[in-house]
Design a protein around this ligand. Structure first.
Ligand SMILES: [Zn+2]
Length: 85
């Protein structure tokens, strides 16, 4: 999903730079811009480890898994910094 967002953002930026149409090279680059992590890994076979975070649907606070388990409820309000907002 983030890769699709990056492609869209690049397309938007280039459309402002080239308001009368994108040059063919840029258009082709955007057309073939990887939007799946599997494609990116094929192109750049580097070892990496991904951690999937859970996001609170209310406040967007991110939670890393603890021993493979995500919290069921948001604890953002429990932090001191949340009380100052
Ligand atoms: Zn929350």
């Amino acid at each position: 999903m983030a890769l699709k967002f990056h492609r869209a953002l690049l397309g938007l930026a280039f459309s402002h730079i080239y308001p009368n149409g994108l040059p063919m090279a840029i258009s082709n680059t955007l057309k073939h811009f990887p939007v799946m992590m599997t494609t990116l890994h094929k192109w750049f076979p580097i070892s990496s480890q991904f951690i999937t975070f859970a996001a609170c649907p209310s406040c967007c606070w991110l939670y890393a898994p603890q021993n493979g388990v995500y919290p069921v409820t948001c604890t953002w309000d429990d932090f001191e910094v949340a009380k100052s907002k």
